[in-house]
Write a protein that binds this ligand. Structure first.
Ligand code: ADP
Ligand code: MG
Length: 698
């Protein structure tokens, strides 16, 4: 039998050229193999019969057994319909048809036992089932019907009669054709060790399970396989990359690091910071290129860790660079780093898009000659003409704003790729990190510097603005500062800007004696800076802003964060914003202001924010609420998200398990050339090529 992947679905009974074209254009199904791996998205247990008195309008598809009492045609024109009163002795439902009335009348008769199947709805106090499937009882064997598969189909397919039922028929034809077993894609020992269903079985069962239990076992096997190969792929490439590129070796801990540590460090490092610095040191000494993801909640002190890493590079004769996603942030990093390194005679420069002319030339020269030791930058550093003498260490702050392609460009800045430390304050749940950034090692700062009080989060409806203002005033009177943030998702949306301007008007009037500033993305850079500086210095005590201030801005005296229209922000954004306060020793507050009517999702988001300040807990919740595809950063991450069955939010334990197994295999046989492993190597080669080369991703 020739391989299923080479057999066109067109020649399968029930398909033909027209349907084949639809299958391809709508679902990318071209071969019999593609079809075989097109799984149902749900099942309905058809071995169970409901009683009419049990049903309500909330139920999914159900099945009833009974007979038709009478037919009645009602309405005219487009509203014409046929109603059959159907009873099983416990009650009556209306079966309704809007089309094919003649056909129905000719086919079904009163007082014959039928099984009706469909989705009940309640309309005008009566239970209805529109366009049910109706089969004579004597023709069905209810007990053996089991789970009926449901396949996703598009509107275009449905219009051509290619609905779920039709796909099911085609699938039956496919299985009728499969005389040989589908070849196993996991090694025998693994199937046995994990007590998995064999692939052939699993494929049959996933389409036509005999029971819910069988369906679950089949799905488990297929999920296992899916996740296993994702992990195997990542780990193999990581291995490959480590072999291909030698990392710069930083084996000296010298003056820069030591003098800074002994004489300039303004505070004691937290244990978590120390641990991460050790992890970085181990990496940069290892001879491998470091690719490390540093996760730490806002305010956990990632910058200091990054700085210590950069100093190690300097001690070994290399340059270092730190990239931030916005100019404001890079300026702030620049100011902080200058401040930390004051008196150390290390040339640090800032390069952004708005630095031009002579200044820019001088920086470029300094970079090329090696005089500039540390460069703080935005993505301006990625431009071709920015050349380093010996770039050895790169820090990327707030990683999710940098696309994969941009990160990859860093690699060309030196003969060998520099060590890369990616920092993010949006904690990525472990399972997601393992899949999205599976080739990065992960460090976590799970401890805040001492003396921080968790931010208290309150929820106000927008009808209570006067209470809210009184609260803010109270804080201002005791010397604190406050933010008011308005959503400006799309910087060009006029409505949003109007909200902010109106808010600014009201707030400036109400708090005129305190000084009210404003920043948003459409202001000129100079004006933004002036406003931020004035707030930082405490000249203005209130800052009305958009999410421009979301990342990084550090004003320890600010103790109130008011988020207007909080329903319009995602969880991770809310958490980031909240991280702007709570940086000093005083109790800080975050106030989420929303309208009265909230969707269930929004209410849950608000509840989580009020309940916890733990970034990881919030990230997990976010993943569950939104699903991984929507999580910030996943689009840019480059990972093709076509997991069919596995779910990164729900299958965390399984991901951890398959990763361990994959790691053991790669450690023993990195090229997968051992006899028992070649099948895995073949399967990997067959997997669709990911859109980029994993090996060149930082
Ligand atoms: P983030 O992780 O959000 O980037 P930062 O590096 O900006 O955090 O640090 C937040 C604040 O905490 C800064 O003002 C920094 O100087 C301070 N900080 C960092 N580490 C410590 C520490 N170990 N002890 C006290 N303060 C610290
Ligand atoms: Mg930071």
């Amino acid at each position: 039998m020739i391989g299923l992947e080479r057999r066109d679905v067109k020649y399968l009974t029930g398909v033909g050229p027209a349907r084949a074209a639809l299958l391809e254009s709508e679902l990318h199904i071209r071969s019999l193999e593609d079809l075989l791996w097109y799984f149902p998205y749900k099942y309905i247990d058809r071995s169970h019969l409901f009683r009419i008195r049990e049903i309500d309008g909330e139920m999914p598809y159900i099945q009833l057994q009974g007979h038709i009492i009478s037919f009645e045609e009602v309405g005219t024109g487009a509203r014409r319909r046929l109603i059959a009163r159907f009873t099983d002795g416990t009650g009556v439902v209306d079966l309704v048809w809007f089309k094919g009335i003649k056909f129905i009348l000719g086919r079904y008769r009163p007082n014959v036992e039928y099984v009706a199947f469909g989705k009940p709805t309640v309309f005008g106090g009566r239970v209805n089932i529109a366009h049910p499937d109706l089969d004579p009882l004597e023709k069905l064997d209810i007990q053996s019907m089991g789970m009926q598969p449901y396949y996703n189909t598009t509107d275009k397919m449905k219009r051509a009669g290619l609905n779920s039922r039709a796909v099911e028929k085609i699938m039956q034809n496919l299985f009728g054709l499969l005389t040989e077993q589908v070849e196993e894609t996991l090694p025998d020992w693994l199937v046995r060790q994990e007590r998995l269903m064999a692939l052939d079985n699993a494929l049959r069962s996933v389409h036509f399970p005999g029971s819910a239990d069988e369906m679950r076992r089949a799905q488990y096997r297929l999920k296992f396989e899916e996740l296993f190969y994702v992990q195997l792929n990542i780990l193999r490439y990581t291995y490959d990359r480590q072999k291909r590129y030698r990392g710069f070796v930083f084996n000296r801990v010298g003056e820069c690091f030591n003098i800074f540590y002994r004489e300039h460090l303004p505070f004691c490092l937290t244990e978590a910071q120390k641990r991460v610095i050790r992890e970085i040191r181990d990496d940069v000494c290892s001879g491998h290129q470091m690719n490390r993801l540093l996760q730490g909640d806002v305010g956990s002190g990632k910058t200091m860790v990054a700085l210590m890493g950069m100093l190690l590079a300097l001690d070994n004769g290399y340059q270092a660079c730190m990239m931030a996603p916005t100019e404001i942030l890079s300026e702030q990093h620049f100011a902080n780093v200058l401040n930390y390194l004051d008196g150390m005679n290390i040339r640090v420069e800032l390069l952004t898009g708005s630095i031009k002319g002579k200044k820019r030339e001088s920086i470029m020269e300094g970079l090329a000659s090696g005089e500039v030791k540390i460069l703080i930058s935005t993505h301006a550093v990625l431009e071709e003409n920015v050349r380093f003498c010996r770039l050895g260490f790169v820090v990327i702050d707030e990683q999710h704003r940098f696309g994969v392609a941009q990160r990859a460009r860093l690699w060309s800045k030196n003969s060998n790729p520099p060590h890369i430390l990616v920092m993010t304050a949006t904690p990525i749940p472990r399972t997601l990190a393992m899949t999205l950034y599976g080739d990065l090692d992960v460090s976590v700062i799970d401890e805040l510097p001492p003396g921080r009080k968790p931010v208290k989060t309150l929820h106000y409806y927008d009808t209570r603005h006067s209470d809210l203002y009184a609260f803010v005033e109270n804080q201002l009177q005791s010397g604190r500062q406050a933010y008011f943030v308005y959503p400006l998702i799309d910087e060009s949306a006029k409505v949003d800007l109007k909200n902010l301007e109106e808010g600014f008007g009201i707030i400036s009037e109400r708090f005129s004696q305190y000084g009210v500033g404003k920043v948003h993305g459409r202001m000129k850079q100079g004006d933004k800076d002036t406003a931020m500086m004035s707030f930082k210095k405490g000249d203005s005590r209130i800052m009305v802003a958009t999410t421009v201030i979301e990342v990084g801005v550090d004003v320890p005296n600010a103790s109130v964060m008011v988020i207007e229209n909080a329903e319009r922000f995602g969880l991770s954004q809310l958490h980031q914003l909240r991280g702007r306060v709570g940086r000093g020793a005083d109790q800080s507050f975050c106030i989420l202001v929303t309208g009265f009517k909230l969707s269930e999702d929004t209410r849950r988001r608000i509840d989580i924010m009020v309940k916890t300040c733990d970034g990881f807990e919030i990230a997990e919740a976010d993943l569950k609420l939104r699903g991984p595809g929507d999580l910030e950063g996943t689009q840019q991450s480059g990972m093709a998200f076509d997991l069919k069955l596995a779910n990164l939010a729900r299958d965390g334990a399984l991901i951890g398990k398959v990763r361990d197994i994959a790691r053991q295999i790669i450690e023993k046989d990195p090229l997968l050339s051992a006899d028992e492993n070649v099948m895995m190597s073949r399967k990997l080669a067959k997997l669709k090529k990911t859109p980029y080369d994993w090996s060149s991703i930082s």
